[in-house]
Every structure is written in C-alpha cells, then in structure tokens.
Design a protein around this ligand. Structure first.
Ligand SMILES: Cc1cc2nc3c(=O)[nH]c(=O)nc-3n(C[C@H](O)[C@H](O)[C@H](O)COP(=O)(O)OP(=O)(O)OC[C@H]3O[C@@H](n4cnc5c(N)ncnc54)[C@H](O)[C@@H]3O)c2cc1C
Length: 388
C-alpha cells in the first residue's frame, strides 16, 4: 500500500528527519513498544510510522478480548512445549493484562472496559472427555470448571460446562489505542500517519518521500510483514478473520468472553443486546489467506448459523467486517533482533493473541532495544535468524 500525494503529511519543514528509534507499524504492539521505550528512556527521540492510520490493522478490528487465551490454547501449548513452558506463557499473559490494567486502563476513564472472565465452553460430555485425555491440567493454569448449573441461564441447555478464567477484560480496542496515542503525544513521541516504510537502509528507514535517519528500527507489522520483505514469508502468514455485530431480540445474560473451540468461534456482548462474534475461519481456510480486508460470505453465513442453531438467538446483523492476523506455525510471536543495515528488531506474528500478549510484549521489545536483555522471552521458544 502506498500513500498518494493528497494524503501525504504536509506538516514537516524538512523532508528528511532524524530519530533515535523508528517504530514501523501503528498498531497496539507498535504503540506499546513506544510506551515502554519512553518509560525506560524518556529522552529517546522516537518516531512511529503508520502507513494508514493508527488502528487500521488488526488492532482496530478485533473482538476486544483482553484475554490470557482459552483453555484450548494452553492445552495445545502444553502438547507442543510441555507443561512448564506452557505455564511460563500463561504467566506472561497474566503479566500483560496486569500491566495494561495498572498503567493504562485504571487511569484512563475515557476507555470503556469491563473486568470479566473468559469461558472455554463445551457443548457435550463427549467433547469434554476427548479434550480431557491429555497431560494438560486446567487447574494448574487457573482454569476453574463450571458445570451447566453454574453457568448463566442463557448458556444452560446449550453447554454442559465451561472452564472459567479471570480476571480478563472486555475493551473497545480503538479507545485503548486512542488513549495510548494521547500518552505518547504527551511524551513528545511523533506518530506519523499515512506514511509507509519501504526499506531499511544504512542510515535508517526510507519511506515514500523521505529518509529517516535513526540508530534503531523496530518493525511491528503483524500480518503485513511478508509484504515488507520476502524473508518473512515462511515465518508469518497473513490470515483474514471475519467479525460480525448483531442486535439481539432477547438479551443473553452471560457477560463473559466466550470461546467455543470445537466450533472455532469466539463471542461476547459489547453492550445490552449487542453481541460480537468472530471465527469460523476453517469454512474457507485457503480463501482467508491474504493481507487485505474483504468479507467472506461462507464464513459470515457460518457465524449466523452458530448464533441461530447453537445459541438459539434471534437477531439482526448490524455490522460485518474483517481484519488481518499474522500467524506463525506455533501461534507464538517473534520478538527478536534481525540482521540489517541499521540495527533492527522484529515484533510480530501474534496469531490472534496480540491484544492479550501485546502490552507485555512491547515491554519485552523495549528491554531488547535498550539492551536490558539480550534475548526475549519468545526467543527461547523459536529462535530464528532473520536477515533483511
Ligand atoms: C477480526 C480479528 C479479531 C481479533 N480478536 C482478538 C481478540 O479479541 N483478542 C486478541 O488478543 N487478539 C485478537 N485479534 C488479534 C489482534 O488484534 C492482533 O494480534 C493485534 O492487534 C496485533 O497488533 P499489531 O500492532 O502487531 O498489528 P496491527 O494492528 O495489524 O498493526 C500493524 C500496523 O502496521 C501498519 N503497516 C503495515 N505495513 C506498513 C509499512 N510498510 N509502513 C508503515 N506501517 C505499516 C499497518 O497499517 C498496521 O496498522 C484479532 C484479530 C482480528 C483480525
């Protein structure tokens, strides 16, 4: 994507600029990295470059689950990495939510958020017993079983139980980004929108019409990494994800964040009688590879069927949209140093967990950039060599 002359930011007196650190990508992760860099080194001159507007990518298009992830996610991590390492990831997610609550949510009355729990739902005993036959022990990960009788009335008769986890948050992600943006502006961090980075040069970063001289670059491009450089193609796959908002005829009384993993859907209420639902990617897995937004009629129809047939709801669709996630093979992000002409770092591939992991990940990246650590938490999982 390029920016035309007409959208070009005209407020610079000099075409070429300088900074200590340039962060490319104005999503939640890029802004979180800028937040922590300025916490650690308030004098750093930081520029954030965003090719469109802050939140144009997944960060402004998601379901607003500030979550540690479903029980199914930790079961899969346990199978892949073993119990202890899966527990480390759980702790990382817990820290991330705590940090965003303590540093941003608590002191930002303009952000609408709700402290809640998440529920990993089971429709049948069979689903639960298939699922339970593994070394993953939900209790060790602070998932508490709730039987059907303990679930909200609107879930009873549809689900035989659920694993509950909390505290987690429902948020309006755009309000969260706007507040972060305001904090960054108060710290004199320059966020330049409508400007794409194209290349890392010996001097820093080249964009459509200028060069930004800097000492360090952080790439926070999520699903758009392969577009920036082909070296990312085998590492991060752009996958579209479909969302829908509906107005309910009769309200449902569960205020949690819900995962129905076998059905591959996630849903929650955003306010009385308004419900958001996403998922069903497997209905058109191949068609959903790509880093541009479009609606998939198959998947959108699948989301409607779920609401009708499983949740037994009557509703009117009020909005449909899609967004791009950056998927890695093991659904864990890369937070690492790359080899490039200017010192460069990569943070991305959050695979649908970026709002949960993002704030703590930005902190980890800031520690890497400022030399407080030589390897990130996620470097210990999937070390990669990236040469740009
Ligand atoms: C539909 C949907 C629902 C989701 N639901 C949830 C959820 O409920 N909870 C959760 O934890 N996660 C969820 N996710 C995932 C989560 O939104 C992402 O993991 C997270 O937002 C990633 O943040 P980011 O900053 O890395 O990426 P992005 O928000 O995608 O930011 C990357 C930015 O880089 C910019 N950019 C790209 N190329 C360039 C360039 N060359 N120069 C300058 N800028 C560039 C893009 O415009 C974009 O703004 C969902 C994702 C989608 C799509």
């Amino acid at each position: 994507m390029t920016t035309s002359h007409w959208f070009r930011p005209h407020n610079f007196s000099t075409p070429n600029m300088t900074a200590d650190v340039v962060i490319v990508g104005g999503g939640y992760v890029g802004l979180s990295t800028a937040y922590w860099l300025s916490e650690f080194q308030p004098d750093l001159k930081i520029i954030v470059l965003e090719r469109s507007h802050v939140g144009a990518g997944a960060s402004g298009r998601n379901a607003g689950f500030l979550t540690k992830g479903s029980a199914t996610f930790y079961k899969s991590l346990t199978q892949h990495w073993g119990v202890d390492r899966a527990l480390d990831i759980r702790q990382f997610a817990e820290e991330s939510l705590d940090l965003v609550y303590q540093n941003i949510l608590k002191s930002s009355p303009e952000i609408k958020f709700e402290k809640t729990t998440s529920l990993t739902l089971f429709q049948s005993q069979q689903q639960n017993s298939d699922w339970s036959a593994s070394e993953f022990k939900p209790d060790d990960f602070n998932f508490k079983w709730k039987s059907a009788e303990e679930l909200a009335a609107g879930l009873r008769g549809k689900f035989m139980g659920a694993y509950e986890s909390g505290p987690e948050y429902k948020i309006n992600p755009v309000q969260l980004l706007t507040s972060l943006k305001t904090i960054l502006a108060s710290r004199k961090i320059q966020i330049i929108e409508n400007l794409s980075a194209f290349e890392i040069t010996q001097e820093g970063v080249s964009t459509e019409y200028n060069n930004i001289k800097c000492k360090q670059v952080v790439l926070a491009l999520n699903g758009y990494f392969p577009h920036f450089h082909p070296v990312f193609k085998p590492l991060i796959t752009p996958q579209r994800a479909q969302m829908m908002a509906v107005e309910l005829e009769d309200d449902i009384d569960s205020n949690s964040l819900h995962y129905d993993s076998p059905e591959r859907v996630y849903w929650r209420k955003s306010q009385d009688k308004i419900l958001l639902i996403g998922g069903k990617r497997l209905l058109d897995e191949a068609g959903e590879v790509g880093d541009y937004e479009k609606l998939s009629s198959n998947i959108q129809a699948g989301l409607e069927s779920y609401l009708q047939d499983i949740l037994k709801l009557r509703f009117k669709v009020i909005h449909r949209w899609s967004g791009t996630m950056g998927f890695t093979e093991h659904e864990l992000p890369y937070i690492t140093k790359a080899e490039a002409l200017t010192e460069t770092f990569v943070i991305g591939g959050f695979s649908g967990h970026g709002m949960g992991f993002g704030f703590r990940s930005g902190q980890e990246m800031a520690k890497l950039v400022t030399g407080q650590i030589s390897q990130s938490f996620f470097d210990n999982f999937k070390p990669v060599k990236i040469k740009l």
